[in-house]
Structure formats: structure tokens, C-alpha cells
Design a protein around this ligand. Structure first.
Ligand SMILES: [Ca+2]
Ligand SMILES: [Ca+2]
Length: 261
């Protein structure tokens, strides 16, 4: 009787776990809040300092059974002039661009935004490691700017997408990011995903989770040292109290040493 109860309980727990994992993307979970940058981003294919204060997402889950080993990190911040996404990719085998192949069969990244966050539109761009932009779905090439830099075994693609009307603080934006990692002389394609988009597919925006444009501000320059002149009296007061404290401590120390004798 007890055995039956326990196996029933185990089955129930399994069923609950399965339901949770299958329905993950239907629940439209947030990847996190994207802060607004007060420091202007330079769109040059290099990581501005302020990206370290942005929303950062690992893109490192490769398709099983493929030869690609690329991993990446996506950084998001936003400003009034657009949503910035920079992806730094470590790819030990960057293959030459092959124009005879499809846009998704080149080393590079894919970014998809569903600006309304309702699964109705698919603004997707495939951006090769050299910064070439190829649009897909409802996207236009003009809607995104991309710059890229490359080293022997890594590249950074920095993008700025203009915010459509109505997208503002508090807006959710359906999101998918992946890396196309070509290997074996550009013949094998490995898709590398983030944990958040694993299982969401490449094009089914109805399954995508989202990011949120936060009112949290980052990158603010620290206030200039005007306090030095405006509050000149304050340090003097502080100095006196520090001296008083030191004197008190010193006299205390004398008392203690007397007691120890
Ligand atoms: Ca930059
Ligand atoms: Ca590659």
C-alpha cells in the first residue's frame, strides 16, 4: 500500500516537472530588465564600459552532435535612440563568408525582436561576423545598425535597433538571440542558444520570452568634485570630531593599561 502511494507520488512529481519545462516559453518569462544608459554608446563593434551594467545573457548551449564550440555573451542597454545589443562571440574556427550559402550558414548571430511582445511580428536579422546585415520576417535592413570587430578567434557584433512608436519604459519585447557557428570549412552549422531560449525555436515568436525596458538608469557619470568648495566647513568639523574620538580612545587605552598593571 505504502509502495503504491510512493510510486504514485513519484509519478505526480515527474508529471509536474514535465509540465513546468514544456510550458516554460508559453508563460512568457522575462529574461530580465534592460537598464537605460545615461552614457552615450559608441556604435563601433567594441564593448562600451556601460554594457557591464546592462542585462547580460550567456549564449552557450550548442546543438548536440555538431562540431561547433562557439560561446557568447549578449549585452543589452537602451536609450531614447534605440535598443542596443552587443554580442561577444568566442569562436575558434571563424570561416570565410561564403556567398553561395544561406544567410544563416555563415559565422554570425541572429537577433529577433517582437516589438509588441504578442507573437504577431518577427523582426529578425542575421548579422555575419563582418557586420553584414541580412533581414528576415518583418524586419528591414534599415531598422538596425550593426558594427563588428574581429580577432583571430573571436568577434563582437554591436547593434542598435530603432524603437518603433509606442515602445518605451516598461515595454516588453519578445526576444531571441542565437549564434550560428560554422565549422569544417563552412560545411557544418551549429546553433548556439541561450538557456532562456532553449526550446523556443528560431522563428516561432509566439514561443519567445521577453526583455523589459527598465527605468533604471546606468552609466551616469559621477558628480564633479564641486563639493570641495561648497562644503569647505564640513571637513573641518569632521577633523575636530576625529581628533576628539582619538583623544577619547587614547585616554581609554591609558585606563585599560592601568587596570592591567
Ligand atoms: Ca561600442
Ligand atoms: Ca565558427
Amino acid at each position: 500500500m505504502k509502495k503504491i502511494f510512493l510510486s504514485g507520488l513519484a509519478a505526480l512529481l515527474c508529471a509536474t516537472a514535465l509540465t513546468a519545462s514544456v510550458s516554460a516559453h508559453k508563460d512568457f518569462k522575462s529574461w530580465g530588465d534592460v537598464p537605460k544608459t545615461a552614457t552615450k554608446i559608441t556604435l563601433d563593434g567594441k564593448l562600451d564600459e556601460v554594457y557591464n551594467e546592462g542585462l547580460i545573457v550567456n549564449v552557450n548551449l550548442a546543438d548536440d552532435g555538431k562540431t561547433g564550440t562557439a560561446t557568447g555573451k549578449a549585452y543589452f542597454v537602451w536609450a531614447d535612440d534605440g535598443l542596443y545589443c552587443a554580442v561577444e562571440v568566442k569562436d575558434p574556427d571563424i570561416c570565410a563568408i561564403d556567398e553561395s550559402k544561406n544567410a544563416w550558414e555563415q559565422d554570425g548571430i541572429e537577433i529577433t525582436y517582437d516589438w509588441a511582445n504578442d507573437g504577431s511580428t518577427r523582426h529578425k536579422w542575421m548579422i555575419h561576423y563582418d557586420g553584414t546585415v541580412v533581414k528576415a520576417g518583418d524586419a528591414t535592413v534599415e531598422a538596425i545598425e550593426a558594427k563588428a570587430t574581429k580577432t583571430a578567434d573571436s568577434y563582437i557584433i554591436e547593434t542598435k535597433a530603432a524603437l518603433p512608436d509606442g515602445v518605451k519604459t516598461g515595454s516588453g519585447i519578445g526576444i531571441n538571440i542565437l549564434i550560428d557557428d560554422m565549422t569544417d570549412d563552412n560545411s557544418v552549422r551549429t546553433i548556439v542558444r541561450s538557456a532562456q531560449s532553449a526550446g523556443a525555436g528560431e522563428n516561432d515568436v509566439a514561443n519567445f520570452d521577453y526583455i523589459s525596458l527598465s527605468d533604471k538608469e546606468v552609466g551616469n557619470e559621477t558628480a564633479p568634485a564641486a563639493a570641495d568648495t561648497d562644503t569647505a566647513a564640513a571637513p573641518a568639523t569632521a577633523d575636530l570630531s576625529v581628533i576628539a574620538a582619538l583623544l577619547a580612545a587614547a585616554s581609554g587605552a591609558v585606563v585599560v593599561s592601568k587596570k592591567r598593571r
